[in-house]
Design a binder for this molecule. Structure first.
Ligand code: NAD
Ligand code: UD1
Length: 339
């Protein structure tokens, strides 16, 4: 089965392409490399032992999308292509609305024209904002988005819900990712943050590698056990495999039209200070860090209720936090050796 993977050269997309090949699917990548490097393709091809077809182009270009859908006999689509920097989204809202929502609309329109109806959409746990109860289930109310980026995910979900409510024959699953981390265990692909990383794990590994002077723990006065924030860190290969499970599920559905949202996390929350400690234990490298102020926009804690992903997708995360940190560290060392 041929699957179009938009944003397939990115962090989560590249690992998903590998998982798709392992599961017997034939992925086709469409990426404009606005936030990825072509070297990723070499890594993917080395891991899979195949040459994965890749189109360099923009998902907002209807003619291109249409021609790939037809030429490659695509049967399903996984839509990763989007911008994801929260801070930048507040400074350049139109850029984010145009790319994240424009690409989704083009994709849906072109899929409809050629009669392809199976879609998996990358959503985020950011839709829950600061939840009242933990863990968050899919019924936890969605709150007003705290960023333009977050809003593109909420509006994206609404668009999909409306399309399916209109009885079109689309079958769509939106996966709400928690915090994806780690890398492929081969260290042939991984995360490639541009400039100073915003996210915790790449900042940790870059600090351990001596690229950054020290990590700042954003806040130690939250109402959590050790005062630092809690997140649900999921290994990117587990997340990749959740897409395979979702595709499989889409193929089994009897309904003519279908839309639903599913959390993709581990169900376990870890604090920033626990991450610092685990990382030092695993890497045997001391991690210079200081406690700093809270980061604006951060919520104290969130982690997933995973009952729906287990029951509906038949999937659950199998890798540990230790695996994630080990693989992220191996990838960082590989990157250092490269440069
Ligand atoms: P990423 O930036 O590594 O990957 C996105 C890829 O899409 C990049 O390769 C980029 O070049 C490409 N792209 C962007 N706009 C495009 C366009 N118009 N046409 C073609 N290609 C385009 O990001 P990621 O971390 O792999 O995230 C993938 C998806 O998951 C995104 O939709 C993101 O919002 C969502 N998500 C990510 C996280 C996370 O923590 N990484 C969490 C929740 C949701
Ligand atoms: C952030 C985004 C979120 C996005 C996600 C994945 C914000 C407010 N949220 O989530 O919308 O979906 O990334 O890209 O930007 N931390 C430190 N020091 C650091 C970096 C992070 O202490 O140098 C802490 C943060 O306060 C947080 C945790 O580590 O508690 C995880 O941070 P991060 O990796 O940025 O993810 P989120 O904030 O969960």
């Amino acid at each position: 089965m041929n699957i179009l993977v938009t944003g397939g050269a990115g962090f989560i997309g590249s690992h998903t392409v590998v998982a798709l090949v392992e599961a017997g699917y034939q992925p086709v990548i469409l990426d404009n490399f606005s936030n990825s490097e072509k070297s990723v393709l070499v890594g993917i091809n080395q891991i899979t032992g195949r040459t994965i077809p890749c189109y360099e182009g923009d998902c907002n270009e209807a003619t291109l999308v249409r021609s790939i859908l037809e030429k490659e006999s695509i049967q399903g689509v996984i839509h990763f292509a989007a911008y994801k920097a929260v801070g930048e989204s507040m400074e350049q809202p139109l850029k984010y609305y145009r790319n994240n929502l424009g690409s989704l609309l083009v994709l849906l329109e072109e899929m409809e024209k050629v009669g392809i109806h199976q879609l998996i959409f990358s959503s985020s746990c950011t839709v829950y904002g600061e939840p009242e109860h933990l863990p968050v289930t899919e019924q936890t109310p969605v709150q007003k988005a705290m960023s333009v980026y977050g809003n593109t995910k909420q509006i994206g979900e609404e668009i999909l819900r409306d399309v399916v409510a209109a009885q079109t024959p689309f079958k769509i699953i939106a996966l709400r990712y928690f915090n994806p981390v780690g890398a492929h265990p081969s260290a042939l692909i991984g995360e490639l943050p541009r400039g100073v990383p915003n996210n915790l794990i790449p900042f940790v590994t870059q600090t351990a590698a001596g690229i950054r002077k020290e990590l700042t723990v954003f806040g130690s006065d939250y109402a959590t056990a050790d005062g630092s924030c809690i997140r649900d860190y999921i290994h990117v290969m587990d997340l990749a495999e959740a897409h395979v499970a979702a595709l499989h599920k889409l193929g089994q559905l009897q309904e003519r039209s279908f839309y639903d949202e599913v959390n993709v996390g581990t169900g376990v929350g870890n604090s920033v200070l626990e991450i610092v400690e685990s990382f030092q234990e695993i890497s045997k490298v001391p991690l210079p860090y200081k406690i700093g102020d809270r980061r604006s926009g951060d919520i104290p804690q969130i982690y997933a209720d995973v009952q729906k992903s287990e029951a509906f997708l038949g999937w659950k995360a199998s890798r540990s936090l230790k695996d994630s940190l080990q693989d992220a560290w191996r990838w960082q060392q590989k990157l250092a050796a490269r440069s």
